[in-house]
Every structure is written in C-alpha cells, then in structure tokens.
Design a binder for this molecule. Sequence first.
Ligand SMILES: *Cc1c(COP(=O)(O)O)cnc(C)c1O
Length: 419
Amino acid sequence: MSEKTFPLSKEQLEAVIAKYPTPFHIYDEKAIRNNIRKLQAAFSWAPKFQEHFAVKAAPNPRLIQVLAEEGAGSDCSSLPELLLSKAAGVVGEDIMLTSNDTPADEFQKAIELGAIINLDDISHIEYLDKHAGMPQCMSFRYNPGNLIEGNDIIGKPTEAKYGVTYDQIFEAYKLAQAKGVKRFGLHTMVISNERRTEGFIYTAKLMFNLAVEIKNKLGIELEFVNLGGGVGIPYRPEEEPVDLEAVGKGIQQAYNEILGTAGLTNIAIKMESGRAMTGPAGWLVSTVLHEKKTYKDYIGLDSCMANLMRPALYGAYHHITISGKENALCDHIYDVTGSLCENNDKFAIDRKLPKIDIGDRIIIHDAGAHGHAMGFNYNGKLRSAELLLHEDGSVELIRRAETNEDYFATLTGFDGAIM
Ligand SMILES: *Cc1c(COP(=O)(O)O)cnc(C)c1O
C-alpha cells in the first residue's frame, strides 16, 4: 500500500491559488530530499555512489539544485538539458551525457562542460572525436540483445534502439583507448518504472559480469557502473513502493560475489533516476470548470493532457483526490477530462470519487516526473506554472505559466499583429 497524500490543507492550498491561479504543478522540496536520501542510504555500502538526476523527468534548474544540494549530479540528453544543468551549478563530471542520435553541438557543449560522455553507439567515437574531441572519462551504453533471453524484466533489448551490442562493446573500449581516453565506465538502462527487487539485481549482475569480462579481455578497470534509471513508483494506492533497502542489499551481494571475487572493489555505482526522485513529490492542481452529464458523467478541468500526458499517452493511472474531500466517500463515478479536442484527453475514466462540485480543486498525484516536462502546445494549449513548496511552508514560483505571447513568439513571415 502507498498512501496518497498532498502536503497542503484546503485552506493552505486556497492561499496559494489566490496568488498563483490553477492549473499548476507543485513540488514538495522535503519529499524530493527524502527520496534521494533513501536512494543514497540503500547504496551507502558502495565505495562511491552517485545519483545523476535524469533532467528530462523535471527539467527545472531549481529542482536540479535541490537534488544537487543532496549530492546529485545530472543526466542530460540534449543541449538545453546541459544548459539547465549548468544553470543549476551542476557541471564537470557531475554531468553524464546519456543521449542517442546525438548532434555535434550537444557533444561540443558536453565536452566544454567537462561531462562524462556516455556513448550510445560505436560509430559515435569517431563522430565525437571529429566534432568535439574526446572526454577525460567516458562510458558506453550496453544493450544486452538476445544473449540473455528477453524476459518480462528487460523486455526485448533487440528491439530497443539504444546501446551497443555485446560484440561491439569490447571493440568500442579499444577504439576509445586508442584515442587517448584513460578512464572508463559502463552504462545500461534496460528497465522502466520497475518496482520488483529482482529487476534491479538482475540488471546489476548483468553489468558486474560484463565489468569483469572487460577487465579480463582488455585490462580496463572500470571507474563506475551506471545502472540507469527506471526506478518505479506506485501510481496506484494498492501498489507497493520499491523496497530500496532490499535492492541495495541484493546489489551489494552481487557486487561482492562478482566484482569482489575478481578483485574489482573500487568500482563506483551510479544511477540516473528521474521518476523516483520527483514523481511522487509533485502534483498537478486544477479547478473544476464544468460538470457535463450525457451518456457518462464528465468533470471538466482547467488543465488538459498538455499539462500531464501520461494518462492519454499510456493509459497510465494517476490517483486523484479532491482538496477538502480527502475523507469523503467515493460514491460517484466520473470521467475526469481536459479541454483538448482529443477524446483521449481524460485524466481518469470511470473513476470512483466523492461527489464533485464546480470550483473544486482536483489534485492529480505522482505528476512530478514526466509530467510538466512532457507538456506541449497542440490545440493552442499553454503550459502551466511550476511551484516549489519549501520546508518552511513558503511557496516559490519556479516557472511562470506560458502566455499567449509565448505561444505566438516564434511566428514569423506575416504582417498582422495577433495580440
Ligand atoms: C528516461 C531516462 C532515465 C530516467 O528514467 P526514470 O524512469 O525517470 O528513472 C535515465 N536514463 C536514461 C538514459 C533515460 O532515457
């Protein structure tokens, strides 16, 4: 079970809304700090552990800063994400560039910032050298392919566009060595929104065994193994959160058995968690504009899938509560919709909720990762503000809402004024 809470009472929320109208995303700083501390505690046994926050999950420099204060670096996969990381003060080898199909200017910025470059393909070695030069420290993203049978933990890696194959990876290190690189790591990302302990241990064993092979075949002692992101969260109240302590212990055992036996006991562990850091610490807050009763009972919000796309995109469940009605009986059934001209613009379908009234404040839970970040402007919908709730109860605007002017700002080649 995972209790779905919201850090503000109805009164406190109304005070925030008086200043910042809905819809908005609000993040709880304390919860974010707790999330990374729990992850770090699970890996406190490792010679060195570092979480590189996956910027794409919540690309706001203030959130990157909060995590950096706890020791996190960043995981970037675009030029703007590198700039956001830098804006948050995260530079040098605290940055991992884990991108794919990477353009030259992105490599150049990463090299300029002193980032660790994690290459997605063997052919990128030459491209990187030609366009940006080689980094001090680099790694390769490993795709295990069908060497191990596809299973429900890692799916079918042969169908994934990411990473280098088993056969390529040894050659890749040799090529990079020939170009003068001396410090190396190893990366993979084969799980997503995973909550099963064995999922993480499985990945770790795969990587530790490969690290030993790299040592044996090439004489390279890796500096780190990066297990990627993919730490899941319980979106549904009846789901269990990841047992991070068990994950940490299981990986420690694999570390000792595989790397310890091979005498490789200095290898650091890295992760690139996004969802688990900010996901449960963020909520989309909206106001009910309309109730429509046709073949079904529809609750229409002032937000839409442009503010949180996961339900429409993946059919994902996001828990919904109503401010001030947390303990009311869920004896009504509603579809909760947005205003986009797409029938899949629904935050919930046939959801049991308390009786909803016009003007109610709707709290959509676990929206703090891959939420605002996936926002888009289709249908002239504007992206909402982002707020950060501090531990002292104060609220900081960390991104203002988009305006019509923002939406029109990129238009060129016509004379008429829009506004
Ligand atoms: C998306 C992504 C992550 C973060 O994934 P989460 O599910 O948010 O933990 C980490 N690394 C890479 C390479 C990614 O593409």
